[in-house]
Design a protein around this ligand. Structure first.
Ligand SMILES: Cc1ncc(COP(=O)(O)O)c(C=O)c1O
Length: 414
């Protein structure tokens, strides 16, 4: 099933949805203005007010190109970008903010490391719940002489780090591991994996696309060499923002070369960070918004955000478990998961269910394979995909209850 499957058969579903309501069995009235957004693993929405304000301020009042000129507007743009770097460094446990380089998303950050370390060959270990942003580059790297092994997770997406350790070879150059599965919500034991990697002097790349901003991360304490993050999910920044932490001594070749505003007389790419990896004009409007998003996260604190995630997730899991015909995937215990929950209802495809939730109840969730066929193969859902509900700090218990009531109604219809 492809991601576009949810677009197929919509006419049929409109018919089905109206025939259902015509039977008079629907108890809930959709408020047309109501949108319950539960697709935050794709991108968070809405953003905190400060994010909109910061971008508006940058666009209207700052406007310069960071690092490119000496006038006040360029200098203020540069200061705004630096403040974003500093806020991220404080959040992620990075003592030198220049070791955070900006990219347009997590995918670009992951590619930077994967290609940087493996484009001349070598072995990489990944897990069986990786997103396509790791899986596809690793597959593409085979034609450059690189090889990979996959550490198998259990069907709930959890990983025994010893399974991964068994795959280490003499030519292993990198372990790439997602921090939490975007399909199953399972947390992977990155601290244990970092310990194993360091015992073998192998670099660890952590994909924190789903965890940065919602789960505590201290890269220096954990001994992580590369941490890729995206700005537009739980860090509440806008789309088009993301970045990578690179530990000292673990620099790789850049993905792109070009103007940096520094050392313009030189034909060579600057060797220092962040300029080495930041060719071309940055998305400074976006980084102004990202900084406000990160400051929002820091203001509330990741521990408190995680506590809220727990309340919503356990309420959802309890509600789902009370339904008939439901199959839930991923770990049941909170310590092993985040607020990303996949499930299916017997008798209705994931795409039809997602469509029905949106069309009849104004609830936005995602269906299909969520760009991670590996995770679905692991969970046994490669054919049918899943419906995925994912929270942000701005979701409420009432929204979870509304979803459960909608699902109860749907279960009674199918
Ligand atoms: C686990 C994981 N890794 C990587 C990505 C890619 O993030 P981006 O789309 O920001 O590149 C995602 C996005 O959904 C993800 O969930």
């Amino acid at each position: 099933m492809s991601e576009n499957d949810s677009l197929k058969g919509q006419d049929e579903l409109v018919t089905r949805a109206s025939s259902v309501s015509n039977k008079g069995v629907a108890r809930m009235q959709r408020d047309d203005k109501r949108k319950v957004y539960l697709d935050n693993a794709a991108t968070t929405w809405p953003k905190p007010e400060g994010v909109y304000r910061a971008m508006d301020r940058f666009a209207r009042e700052v406007g310069g190109n960071p690092g490119r000129s000496g006038h006040e507007k360029a200098l203020e743009a540069g200061r705004e970008v630096l403040r974003c770097r500093e806020s991220l460094a404080a959040l992620l446990g990075v003592s030198d903010p220049s070791r955070i380089v900006f990219t347009k998303n997590a995918t670009e950050a992951l590619n930077l490391v994967l290609l940087g370390r493996l484009r001349r060959g070598g072995h990489v270990i990944i897990t069986s719940v990786e997103h396509n942003s790791v899986w596809r580059p690793v597959r593409a790297l085979r034609c450059m002489g690189a090889d990979y092994s996959i550490a198998e997770c259990g069907p709930d997406g959890t990983l025994d780090p010893h399974e991964l350790a068994k795959l280490i070879r003499i030519d292993t150059r990198l372990i790439a591991c997602t921090h939490a599965s975007n399909v199953l919500g399972s947390l992977l034991p990155v601290r244990e994996i970092a310990r194993i990697a360091s015992e073998h002097d192998i670099a660890l790349l952590v994909d924190a696309a789903q965890t940065a901003g919602r789960y505590p991360i201290d890269v220096e304490e954990a001994g992580i060499q590369y941490l890729a993050f995206t700005g537009h999910k739980e860090l509440f920044g806008p789309q088009g923002t993301g970045g990578l932490y690179i530990a000292p001594g673990w620099e790789v070749e850049p993905l792109t070369y070009g103007g940096t505003g520094s050392l313009s007389e030189s034909a060579e790419q600057p060797g220092f960070l962040p300029d080495r990896y930041e060719s071309g004009t940055l998305n400074a409007w976006g980084l102004a918004g990202l900084r406000a998003g990160v400051d929002f996260v820091s203001h509330w604190g990741v521990e408190r955000i995680r506590e809220h995630d727990k309340i919503l997730t356990e309420r959802l899991l309890d509600g789902l478990e009370s339904l008939e015909k439901v199959r839930i995937y991923g770990p049941r215990t909170w310590e092993h998961r985040i607020g990303v929950v996949s499930f299916n209802l017997e008798g209705i495809s994931s795409s039809d269910l997602a469509y029905l939730l949106d069309e009849r109840y104004g609830i936005c969730v995602r269906s299909g394979l969520h760009c991670s066929p590996l995770a679905h193969a692991t969970a046994g859902t490669l054919r049918e995909g899943t419906v995925r509900v994912s929270f942000s700090f701005l979701n409420t218990v009432e929204e979870v209850d509304y979803l459960i009531r909608a699902l109860e109604e749907i279960v009674s219809m199918v």
